[in-house]
Design a protein around this ligand. Structure first.
Ligand code: BES
Ligand code: ZN
Length: 624
């Protein structure tokens, strides 16, 4: 604890706000920790606690109620600046006190920064109450009609905060470098269940109210960046997967979901053995409807998961390992700004592969890592090794998934250079020493130099860390892990390219990764006859595996293969996971006169089923 305090003091330059009470996380004031995606000026006054009290109204698609914010202000501070986007503010006052003057600045919509909400503070103001409601098109929230759910009978609501969407439903300082403790009271229709990314204070069914509604209370007593506050409301049921873990989903999916993520307890054990205690209490998962825009989201105590991972064979549990790993890399040690997202995603992708190896063995872990290498090469090539292939850059500027692939490859390269034992010991101490704190690239590099490299000139030269973080492209020392299982798929691909019939492929028992290697490895130019043979022999258009459907759609579109279109339309109108949907629209747009009208029609038909983030991205794509 003492060492921790000293380390913190070294990082925090502003004395006023360094004098924080116990439990209040420090902020970084170094230049590279300045977040250009927030209006907040935490060095003047910052939020340390958020208490939400909201009513969820499906008819008007709004959340309405209040946020009470605890304020820690520097001496003499006369205002606090919050982030809001598209929120209706009714009143701002001291808690049980006088009204406070406030001003809402212009709304920035290009990057989604929203508006500054500047509130005048009285001397000694400690708590502010904001009465507000959200708008139906709040960027974090997706309101689903009953038809978009598995049960088709009840509506559903969920939020997605990362990176800067939560300012559309929580008026607070929405920066990953400003950690806050929070609590929430949600009042929802009586037949629905509410879940959040914190501890539940009531039972599974909340508390019944006289008007037929139900109230659920939650609390997160460890400081988190606000992007990690999440909620979902729907017809939800729970099934335990172990003593400290379980899964929530709509009742009809619960058994399949619980089976798919059934290795999670082993994963938690493996993760703790690697990098130290799991510090968040329970680890539950929520399997959402198919419009969930990501594969997974690491909301603390309650990972959100796409239902597309439920393929029956547990071949997509890399997503679970990944989101669990974020409980350390991301949720404990958090990128101070989105310029350093690789500190979240690259570390997590490396950690994910270590969990997969511990639970399933080296070859299974190599499957994912080898596919990631393909992704790394694809992303680098698409950008011609240009400036967007830097790990550290403007927020959101790193291309594709390079923050994942290049970041994890960097850590693996260090591991191989210094040896696993030494690297693991370093990483474990890194998480311990920086727990519940923000981090920057510069901070990490200083730390690893001090604690691992320790002036070893040969090692420093060998690792080329600055090159990895600040330069484009891939340093020559990058380590490539190869999978024998995928090499067998490559052999089949080679035979097919030489004209062997598709029936020789025999994909019986293939997991998602084998399918992906195969489909993405097929030459992009294919004759209609060959496409028909592929589709009919391998059952691509009718596959129940969403990864297969997406990869097949991309190949078909690249060849303007029209018989595949009905299946593609159906897929893109149900599944809203960006990673599976964007390549379809990109492929259509790349096909110019043939593809663009199809993309426009498809989007018009499917738009209402997409989360605002996915709808916004696709809208930009089809406008190209
Ligand atoms: N934190 C990310 C999701 C995210 C990234 C949300 C960027 C908003 C902005 C999550 O941990 C993630 O990386 N999900 C992946 C799955 C993973 C196995 C690669 C996904 O969504 O596909
Ligand atoms: Zn991630």
């Amino acid at each position: 604890m003492r060492i921790l305090a000293i380390a913190l003091a070294a990082f925090v330059a502003t004395p006023a706000l360094a004098q924080t009470a116990p439990g209040i996380a420090p902020i970084l004031t170094t230049p590279e920790a300045k977040d250009v995606w927030t209006h907040a000026r935490p060095e003047i006054a910052r939020v340390t606690h958020v208490a939400l009290d909201l009513r969820v109204d499906f008819a008007s698609q709004t959340l309405a109620g209040s946020a009470v914010l605890d304020v820690l202000a520097a001496p003499g501070a006369s205002e606090i600046v919050l982030d809001v986007d598209n929120i209706d503010v009714q009143t701002v006052s001291e808690l049980d006190g006088p009204a406070l003057a406030y001003q809402i600045g212009p709304r920035e919509t290009e990057q989604g920064l929203g508006s500054a909400l500047t509130i005048q503070l009285n001397p000694g103001t400690k708590r502010i109450r904001i009465l507000y409601n959200t708008k139906p098109d709040a960027s974090a929230l997706q309101w689903l009609a009953p038809e978009q759910t598995a049960g088709k009978a009840k509506p559903y609501l969920f939020s997605q905060g990362q990176p800067i969407n939560n300012r559309s439903w929580i008026p607070t300082q929405d920066s990953p470098g400003i950690r806050q403790i929070w609590s929430a009271t949600l009042t929802v229709p009586g037949d629905l269940v509410a879940v959040m990314s914190g501890d539940r204070l009531d039972g599974e069914k909340g508390q019944a109210n006289a008007d037929g509604s139900r109230t659920y209370r939650f609390r997160m007593d460890r400081p988190v960046p606000p992007y990690l506050i999440a909620l979902a409301v729907g017809d939800l049921a729970f099934k335990a997967t172990g003593p400290r873990s379980g899964v929530w989903s709509e009742p009809s999916m619960l058994d399949a979901a619980a089976h798919e993520v059934g290795d999670v307890e082993k994963m938690i054990d493996a993760a703790q053995a690697l990098y130290g205690p799991y510090r968040w209490g329970r680890y539950d998962m929520l399997v959402l409807p198919p419009s969930f825009p990501y594969g997974g989201m690491e909301n603390p105590t309650l990972t959100f998961l796409t239902p597309t991972i439920v393929t029956g064979d547990r071949s997509n549990t890399d997503v679970v390992a990944h989101e669990l790993a974020h409980s350390w890399s991301g949720n404990l040690v958090t990128n101070a700004t989105w310029s350093d997202s690789w500190l979240n995603e690259g570390f997590t992708t490396y950690f994910e592969s270590r969990i997969m190896e511990a639970v399933y063995g080296k070859e299974r872990a190599a499957l994912y890592t080898d596919l990631d290498w393909d992704g790394l090469q694809r992303d680098l090539k698409a950008e011609n090794n240009g400036p967007t292939t830097r790990l550290h850059g403007d927020p959101g500027a790193t291309a594709g998934q390079l923050d994942y692939f290049k970041g994890s490859t960097m850590l693996r390269t260090i591991e191989v250079a210094v040896g696993r034992k030494r690297f693991d010991a370093y990483l474990r101490s890194y998480f311990d020493r920086h727990a519940f704190q923000p981090q920057t690239s510069a901070g990490f590099l200083a730390d690893i130099r001090k604690r691992l490299i320790k002036g070893d000139k040969a090692l420093e030269a060998k690792l080329q860390l600055d090159r990895w973080v600040y330069e484009p492209g891939l340093p020559a020392n990058a380590v490539h892990v190869k999978s024998a299982t995928l090499a067998q798929v490559d052999a089949k691909l080679a035979a097919i390219s030489k004209g062997a019939p598709v029936s020789t492929v025999n994909p019986k028992g293939w997991n998602t990764q084998q399918w992906l290697r195969f489909l993405n490895g097929l030459p992009r130019q294919q004759s209609p006859e060959r496409l028909k043979e592929l589709d009919e022999t391998l059952g691509l258009s009718v596959s129940t595996n969403a990864y297969v459907r997406s990869a097949w759609a991309v190949l078909a579109i690249a060849n303007r293969y029209e018989p595949a279109l009905p299946g593609i339309e159906k897929f893109a109108g149900t599944v809203g996971r960006g990673l599976l949907i964007f390549p379809i629209y990109e492929g259509l747009i790349a096909q110019g006169d043939w593809g663009k009208p199809i993309a426009i029609r498809l989007f018009a038909k499917s738009k209402a089923t997409y989360h605002p983030y996915v709808a916004g991205r696709v809208e930009k794509l089809v406008a190209k």
